[in-house]
Design a binder for this molecule. Structure first.
Ligand code: TK8
Length: 337
């Protein structure tokens, strides 16, 4: 063999060796991701980014496929399937999972998080890690926090301009005692319900209203069956990007690394899309005829005060320590901003 040919053979072998170790430890994996929202939601872009990242890093052997509109079951059902190892992934709100990890209820406390920068710092920092550790103990590997976002109220009765306007309004809430209490305390007739049932319950008039971020209201077409949108921003809830721990434990360290890295890479895309599309959704909801009202700062303050007892009422189930840790972390974040 000529010296130059030998050189290029060596170069090819070296290049192969540089990529091969990963390939050797990375097997064919087909991952199904359950989503309650529709594919038009920014989670569609998040899952697409995660899928292309994983395909690229694995030489195409790891595939990630999104299922939309609750096709694989609701948030809670899908999460239980992860715990029992019959499904790989779910992107779910934290709120319906408080029966599994009660400490997650901290995110449901009214008016806890003030803006997106606070949310990112809290979730991507030590506090978010501590919540992920609790999820792991429950059989769920949290790969990243994506954004669901600030929640606003829609209904078919009248604009909500003060907390008294909730009186007698039949409001769907997530399957979560903190949300249930928050809205009952405002005088609403709060009804816990899985996300997948909300549209038809609104359509048939079984319920009058619901609460979600603008982008979810729009991509789930709630505006077709709701007249009023009130910008209450009463809570910021995150999405958890969960992986089945029983399945995770059968994966190699390289495969796990790819999935962790790609969920975090997709987080940037998902959050940015969510923020852009939230603003766009607001415009479109208005254009399609929803009556949108903002609340005065005084009214927001009254609602916040009205909601204050919820913190004490749920301290025992969430854990006072967890609430204190979140508040201390937020205080430090605000001081640094
Ligand atoms: C989608 C839900 C939704 C949540 C809800 O599966 O239930 O209202 O805000 O985004 O997780």
């Amino acid at each position: 063999m000529s010296r130059s040919l030998l050189g290029s053979v060596c170069a090819v072998a070296l290049a192969a060796a540089l990529t091969a170790p990963a390939a050797a430890q990375v097997s064919e994996r087909h991952i199904r991701v359950s989503n309650g929202v529709n594919q038009e939601h920014p989670n569609g872009l998040g899952v697409a980014e995660m899928a292309s990242c994983a395909a690229e890093k694995s030489g195409g052997v790891i595939t990630i496929t999104g299922f939309w509109g609750g096709a694989l079951g609701g948030d809670l059902e899908a999460t239980q399937a992860l715990r029992s190892g019959t499904q790989e992934m779910v992107v779910t709100s934290s709120s319906p999972l408080v029966g599994i990890v009660p400490e997650l209820g901290v995110f449901d406390l009214p008016f806890l998080i003030g803006n997106e920068a606070e949310a990112d710092a809290l979730l991507d920092g030590a506090f978010g890690d501590a919540m992920s550790a609790k999820l792991e103990a429950a059989g769920l590997v949290n790969l990243a926090y994506w954004e669901n976002g600030f929640r606003n109220t829609t209904n078919s009765r009248h604009p909500i301009t003060r907390w008294e306007d909730f009186e007698g309004v039949k409001m769907r809430v997530m399957q979560n005692p903190i949300f249930l209490d928050t809205f009952s305390n405002m005088g609403a007739n709060a009804v816990p319900m899985a996300f997948g049932e909300v549209f038809s319950a609104l359509e048939t008039g079984a319920i009058d209203g619901q609460e979600n971020p603008f982008v979810t209201i729009q991509t789930s077409k709630f505006n077709e069956v709701q007249d009023y949108l009130s910008v209450t921003r009463h809570a910021y809830t995150p999405f958890l990007v969960l992986f089945s721990k029983p399945i995770w434990d059968t994966y190699s360290a390289e495969e796990q690394q790819i999935l962790s890295d790609c969920a975090v890479q997709a987080r940037t895309v998902q959050r940015q899309a969510n923020r852009d599309l939230n603003a766009q959704a607001y415009e479109e909801l208005q254009a399609t005829g929803m009556a949108i009202n903002e609340l005065t700062p005084e009214e927001v303050e009254r609602i916040r005060e009205r909601a204050q007892p919820i913190y004490a009422n749920h301290a025992a189930t969430i854990g006072q320590e967890t609430i204190d840790q979140a508040m201390a972390a937020l205080e430090a974040i605000r001081a640094a901003q």
